[in-house]
Every structure is written in structure tokens, then in C-alpha cells.
Write a protein that binds this ligand. Structure first.
Ligand code: GLU
Length: 469
């Protein structure tokens, strides 16, 4: 038998790609890549009423954006119904599954009576065949469910990759419904058939599934299927200590893309949220794959920290190629009503990205160059003293015929300062106000260079004229 590592991510397409699912996908992907194994994408769409094609697209797009390329899939459970039916038929034949004709009312009455006797509500196995047991007569017009005949004695034990050994007594576990009255099989059953058929060796998933695992392990055993290892990853909590949810801010991966986070920052931040490698906070995708292990998956809940995410994103913005960022920023500039030439935008990004945490912030900052500047008259009057006007005039005259790289602008500024016996701040602030409409910008030579010669000359002339008027 091959010892190839095979992992999967198996989201239900009922909304968007949740941050928690993305983190589990990162772990599954990194584990597979670390071991030279295979990463599978499976869409668990048997909840037909809640599954949508838009949600499938959001999952596929989100994983692609994060660079979590699947080697196999997407597989869709609703396309595997024949296979599930075959397995169920086999289980009915061997007695590890049986039909149950209880109506919802009957089940409710059963639970009511159990509660009245002080018992924990459970299914009393009235339709479970047993030697010498007479089953109730089959009622007319009640479509049956199919239940798994869970072992009655003993216990289920597994050594969780995250939580360590877990044991659940079988008498705690009900006979699970594996096929609904409409004939569609349920999650806990399909997941086992799929993990079996897809030869999954390691299952990583959120720890809300811990309670499902004993059923699944028992079904694996009933099918004589090889058991994967399970690792249940703790929840992500929001700032307020509550489970991260839609109501508590963005939980959709693509919302972070749209807000201008870089995929490499998200992968780094999410991986670190629940796993560690020494005290490394910043690591590349390659390092993640090289270092990833289950020994350092964190057992306790993770806390979502927007400030740290912003810090990580700022790191990756600074490291990113400006031409690539320009491609990402282009539509955001257009959405803000600007038009930018790619090389110009890349230069603007180079100048401004250090101070920005997200692409959205960077787009806002870059708009300085892509919208008409309106200079506030009071700001102008306050910051352009009469004593500087001759130097500004001179600057405009010389600028009109000067070359216009950042170095050219710097040389021109130096020459004008020397002629007029001024210091840099005396001319830099008036120039910023006249050209950019504000007192603070990145370095004045670079800023003027990016505004372009004609715009700068015109702005100085208009500004001085307005002052004289
Ligand atoms: N479809 C399940 C979910 O979205 C995944 C369960 C699993 O990974 O086994 O929560």
C-alpha cells in the first residue's frame, strides 16, 4: 500500500469562503505539500436547499486567490449519489444500516417521554433489527430514513493530531440518520464514503466536527475502510472573545481581497493563527511548506487580530513588486474616478506604499495624483509667505524648460534655494500646498516629479496669481 499523504478541504457551498475554512485549507494544503502528497477539493453540497453556485464560485475563487491549488477536484457530492446508494445498499444487506419509519411526530413524542423520565433525548432504536425482535408494522405513506447501526458497546478512540487522545463511549452515540426521507444521504455518511474513495490519509477540519468523528470512525469500521488521521483545529475568536461570525465583522476571505489585503499576507497570517514555527511571524509560502508540522498546531482557540493582520499586510506590500501592485491597484483607482498609466502608478506606489496597510489605503493615497487638486484659499494664504514668492516664480520659470526626473527636480530645487538664500522647508511647504493642496506629502522632489512638469508649473502659476488677486 502506498504511504502517499492525501488531504482535502471539503467546504459546504452555503455562503462564502470563511476564514476558518481557509485556515483549515492552508493546513491541509501545507501538510500535503510538505509530504509531497496530494490536496483534494471536495464540495459538500448535499444540503441542497442551502447550496448555491455562487457559493461554489466563492470557494473556488477564494482558494485560487490564496494560491491553494488543488491537485484533484473539485468533486461534488451531489454527483456521487449513485456511489452512496451502492454503499448504503451494501450496508442494508450486511445489517450495518436499517430503515426507520418513525414520523417526526413520533420522534418528538419519544423525546418528550424520555425528558419526562429525566433521560437524555435519544433515538430508542425501535426499528433496529435484532435477533428475535419483532419490528413494528411498516406504516403506509411514511418514507423511511436509513440509520446507521452504531455499535452498542465499547468506545471510539482516536489520537487527534491537534487535541491528542479522545475517547467516546458508544452508548453515548445515537443511530445516525445516513439517508434522509428524500433519499439524499447526510453529511456524516457521505464524508466517510468520500474520504475512503478519495484515499484521504489526514483530515484537518474545524473542531465543531469533533462530535461527528465517532460516528464517522464507526462507519469507516463498518465499511472495513482504512481510517484516516483526524486533526480538529480550534475555532477563531473575534476581538470580543466570541466566535468569529458574520455579525462580528468580515469573515469572508474574498472580502479581505476586496479590502486590499495581499494573498501572501493572508496565508501567512492565517497559518500563524493556530500554528507556529519558533517565533517566526513572517514566513514565505515556501517556508510554510518546509516547516509545516502537526506537532505545532495550537490546541487553544485563536484570536483574530486585525492590527496584526494589517502589520503583516504592510510587510508584504513593502516586499511586493510595484508593477504587480499597480495591476492590482488599477481597478481601485478607476473605481475612485481616476485614470492611471501603469508605469506612473507603479512609481506612485513605490513612493507611498510604506505608509499603507492595505491596497485600499494605498489607492486612497495614490488618488493624490489622479484627481484635480483644489487648493484651499486660506491654506494657501497661510503657507505661501510673500518672501518666498520670488523663489517660487523662479522655480516655475526654470521648471518650464527643465528635465523632470526626481533627480532633475532635486537639482532644480537646490539651485533655486542657493540663488534665493533659502532652506528646503521654506520652499517645500509652499510647493506642496500649491501643487498637492496640502502641507504633507512624501518627499517633495519625488512628489513633484510624479505630478509632472506641466501640472507643477501650472499649479504654481495659478497659485501665485490667486495670491496676487
Ligand atoms: N462540509 C463540512 C463543513 O463545511 C466539512 C467537514 C469536513 O471537513 O469533514 O464544515
Amino acid at each position: 500500500m502506498s504511504n502517499e499523504v492525501r488531504t482535502r478541504i471539503a467546504p459546504s457551498p452555503t455562503g462564502f469562503l470563511h476564514l476558518g475554512t481557509a485556515r483549515t485549507a492552508i493546513f491541509s494544503w501545507a501538510f500535503a505539500r510538505h509530504h509531497g502528497g496530494t490536496f483534494v477539493l471536495r464540495i459538500e453540497d448535499t444540503d441542497v436547499a442551502r447550496s448555491t453556485p455562487e457559493a461554489v464560485a466563492a470557494i473556488v475563487d477564494g482558494l485560487a486567490w490564496l494560491g491553494l491549488d488543488a491537485d484533484e477536484g473539485p468533486f461534488f457530492q451531489m454527483q456521487r449519489l449513485d456511489r452512496y446508494r451502492t454503499v448504503v445498499d451494501g450496508m442494508l444487506a450486511t445489517g450495518s444500516a436499517y430503515r426507520c419509519y418513525c414520523t417526526p411526530d413520533e420522534l418528538e413524542a419519544m423525546r418528550e417521554a424520555q425528558r419526562a423520565r429525566g433521560e437524555k433525548p435519544h433515538y430508542d432504536r425501535r426499528w433496529r433489527p435484532a435477533p428475535g425482535k419483532a419490528l413494528p408494522p411498516i406504516p403506509d405513506g411514511v418514507p423511511p430514513v436509513i440509520r446507521f447501526a452504531n455499535p452498542l458497546d465499547g468506545a471510539v478512540t482516536w489520537d487527534d493530531l491537534v487535541k491528542g487522545p479522545i475517547t467516546i463511549a458508544n452508548h453515548e452515540i445515537d443511530d445516525l440518520i445516513i439517508v434522509r426521507p428524500d433519499g439524499v444521504p447526510t453529511y456524516n455518511f457521505c464524508v466517510v464514503v468520500d474520504d475512503w474513495d478519495m484515499r484521504i490519509t489526514h483530515v484537518f477540519r474545524g473542531d465543531e466536527h469533533v462530535n461527528n468523528t465517532p460516528w464517522q470512525i464507526n462507519i469507516f469500521a463498518a465499511l472495513a475502510a482504512p481510517l484516516p488521521r483526524f486533526g480538529h483545529v480550534p475555532v477563531i475568536l473575534g476581538d470580543d472573545g466570541q466566535k468569529l461570525s458574520k455579525r462580528r465583522g468580515a469573515v469572508s476571505v474574498l472580502a479581505y481581497r476586496d479590502d486590499g489585503y495581499l494573498p501572501e499576507a493572508m496565508v501567512n497570517y492565517l497559518a500563524r493563527l493556530g500554528w507556529s514555527h519558533g517565533d517566526a511571524e513572517l514566513f514565505s509560502r515556501e517556508q510554510l511548506v518546509q516547516w509545516f508540522d502537526t506537532a505545532h498546531l495550537v490546541k487553544s482557540a485563536a484570536h483574530w487580530d486585525p492590527k496584526k493582520l494589517a502589520w503583516v499586510n504592510n510587510h508584504y506590500l513593502k516586499a511586493a513588486d510595484d508593477a504587480r501592485l499597480a495591476t492590482l491597484l488599477q481597478p481601485m483607482i478607476e473605481a475612485r474616478g481616476g485614470t492611471a498609466e501603469p508605469a506612473h502608478l507603479a512609481a506612485v506606489i513605490g513612493l507611498m506604499k510604506d505608509r499603507c496597510d492595505t491596497l485600499a489605503e494605498l489607492a486612497d493615497a495614490a488618488m493624490l495624483f489622479y484627481r484635480a487638486v483644489v487648493v484651499d484659499a486660506a491654506l494657501r494664504a497661510e503657507n505661501v509667505p510673500a518672501a518666498i514668492v520670488p523663489a517660487l516664480d523662479d522655480f516655475a520659470v526654470r521648471a518650464a524648460t527643465s528635465a523632470w526626473t526626481r533627480a532633475d527636480v532635486a537639482a532644480l530645487l537646490k539651485a533655486v534655494l542657493a540663488t534665493h538664500g533659502l532652506k528646503m522647508p521654506q520652499i517645500a511647504v509652499p510647493l506642496r500646498v500649491l501643487v498637492a493642496g496640502r502641507k504633507e506629502t512624501p518627499s517633495v522632489d519625488a512628489t513633484l516629479a510624479l505630478f509632472g512638469r506641466e501640472r507643477v508649473v501650472q499649479a504654481i502659476r495659478d497659485g501665485l496669481e490667486a495670491l496676487r488677486a
